[in-house]
Ligand binder design. Sequence first.
Ligand code: M6R
Length: 615
Amino acid sequence: MCGIVGYIGSKDAYPIILNGLKRLEYRGYDSAGICLYNNGKIASKKSKGQISKLEKKISKLKSFSGFMGIGHTRWATHGEPNDNNSHPHSSNSNELHIVHNGIIENYSSLKKELVDKGFVFYTDTDTEVLVNLIEYIQLKEKIKLGEAVQLALNYVVGAYAIAVIDIKKPDEIVVARLGSPLCIGIGDDEYFIGSDVTPFLDHTKNVIYLNDGEMAIIRNHKQTQYRKIKDDSFTNPTVEKLEIDLAKIQKGGFDHFMLKEIYEQPKAVIDTLRGRLKTKSGIIKMSGVDDYIDKFLAANKITIVACGTSWHAGLIAEYMFEKIAKIPVEVEYASEFRYRNPVINKSDIIIAISQSGETADTLAAIKLAKSSGAFVYGICNVVGSTISRETDAGSYTHAGPEIGVASTKAFTTQMTVLYLIAVKLSKSKGVISSKKYREYIYELSSIEKKITKVLGTDNKVKKIANKIKNSTNCLYLGRGYNFPVALEGALKLKEISYIHAEGYPAAEMKHGPIALIDKNMPSIVIATNKLYYDKILSNIQEIKSRKGKIIAIVFEGDKEISKIADETIEVPETIAALTPFVTTIPLQLLAYHIAVKLGKNVDQPRNLAKSVTVE
Ligand code: M6R
C-alpha cells in the first residue's frame, strides 16, 4: 500500500521519479505527488487521483526539475484522498520533506505533544506528524538529518518505509523501514529508491533490500551509511543482482495487465515446475522441502496462513495435503490467526502464502508462529520480499511480476507449488501407491497444455459476460477442490466489477442462499468433479426450478448438465486435484470481461492496492 520513489544523482530526477511512480501505481492510486530539490529551492506538486492527473498538472509548469527528489503514490489510510493529504509532506519550516508508506499508530499522541510545542498541522495525515517530529528533534538537539530521523523513529509505533530530504542537505536522502518494504538501486554514482525494484529496473540491476529496522543515509558522491534504527550499529548489506527484465513489467500488447497475466498462466506454471518436476524419473526436487524433510515428516499438523486469493490457494491445499499426503491441515486468515492466541506446537508447520511477500497480516502471523517455535515455510512470488526473508525456508512461485491488482497467475502458481509439496510428501511418507504417484506427476506435467486449451474459451466467456454484465448479484457454487475456486471466482468479480458475488459449497445453497435465486441472479456452477456430479446436477435443477440462470463449467463432452444449463463452458478433463487449474481460468476471464464491459478500471480497482502492507 502506497509506493515510494526517490532519486539522487546527476540526471534530471523528474522523469525518473514519474516513471518510477507509474510502475508502483499498483500499490495505491488515491493520489500522487513529487518533490524535487533544485538550486536551493524545493518544487513540490501533488494531486488527488492517478499519476496521469499529476503528470498533467506538472506539464503546465515551465521547469520542474532537479537532481534529487522523492515521489509517492497513495493508498489512503489517515485522511481522505485529496490534494492536501497527498504526499510528499513538509515540516513547518518547509525545509524537510517526506514520503511514507505505512501507518504511524501513535500519531495522535505525538501530534498533541507537537501542537503543545507550537507546531501547526495542515493535513489529516500521520505522515505530517512524523516529518514535524523529525524537525522538532533536529532543531532541539542541533543534529544532522540522519540522526534526527533515527531518534524520531525511536518514538514511533507502527509501520513505515520513508524517504526524507532536507533543503539544507541537497546531496542527501535518508531512508528507513520497519514493516513496509524499501530497496535501493545502486547506479553509477547515482541512487534510486523504491518500494520495490520496478522503478529503477531500466537504470540499474544492482539492488540492496533494506532489512526491517534498518536505515540508510544516501549521499551523492559519498559512501552511503547503512545502520540499525534502534542502536548505533552499522550494517553492511549485500548488493544483489536483479534478474527481472523490463518486458515482464510491461503490457506486451494486451489491453490490461490482468488479461496479460491470465494469458501468461501456461508459461507461469512451466516456470514454477522448471527444475522441480522431473517427469521421466518421477522425482520432485524442492530444496526448501528436501532440506527440512524430517520436519515435514514429523509434522502433526500444517497450518496455512494467508489473505485473499492466497488464502483460497491455501484452502485448495487443504484438500491436496489431506487427500494426497494424509496430513491434517488448517487454513486460517492471517489476520485472525495473529490475534486469536492459536495453539502452536513446536512440531507444527506453518505455511505462509503471499504473492507480494509483504502482506502485513501474513507477516505478523509468521512472526507469531516463529516466536512459538514453529517451523515456517513461505510460498511467495516476489523475490527478496520480506516474507521470503522472514520464513525458515520456502519456495518461490516464479510467476513473474504480477501487476494487475486482481491476482491471477500468482494463484495458479501457488497451487502448483502446493500440489508439488503434497505429492512429494505423500511419497516420502509412503502413503501413496507408485501407480497413483505416477498419475499425479503425469497429470501435472500436462496441465499447462490444458490451461492453454481453456484460454481458447475466451470468446465464449466474453459473450456470456455480455449477457450477465448487468446483474447486481452472482452466486458461485462448487464442491470439494472447486469450493475454493467458487470463492476465488466471486472475489475476482467483486473486486474488479463491483458486482456483489458470493462463493458457496454447492450443497450449502439450500441452507440460505437459495432464497436469493430469481431470474435476475445468475449462478456460476463448477460441475467438473465426477464424485459430486449427480449432486451438483440436483443443485442445478433446484436453481432452474426457481427460474435462476445457470452458467456451468463442465468437462469437454458433458451431456447431462449441458442440457439444462443456460450456458456451458467446457474445459479439458483432468484429475480432481488439478481441476482448479482449468476451472479458475474461465472465472478470471468472466470477471475480466464483465469489468471491461462495465467500463471499470480493471488493473486498478477502486479502494484496493496490490500489496496490503497495513493491518
Ligand atoms: O500478496 P498477497 O498474496 O499476500 O496478497 C493477499 C491479498 O491481498 C490478495 O490476494 C488480494 O485478495 C487480491 N487483490 C485478490 O485478487
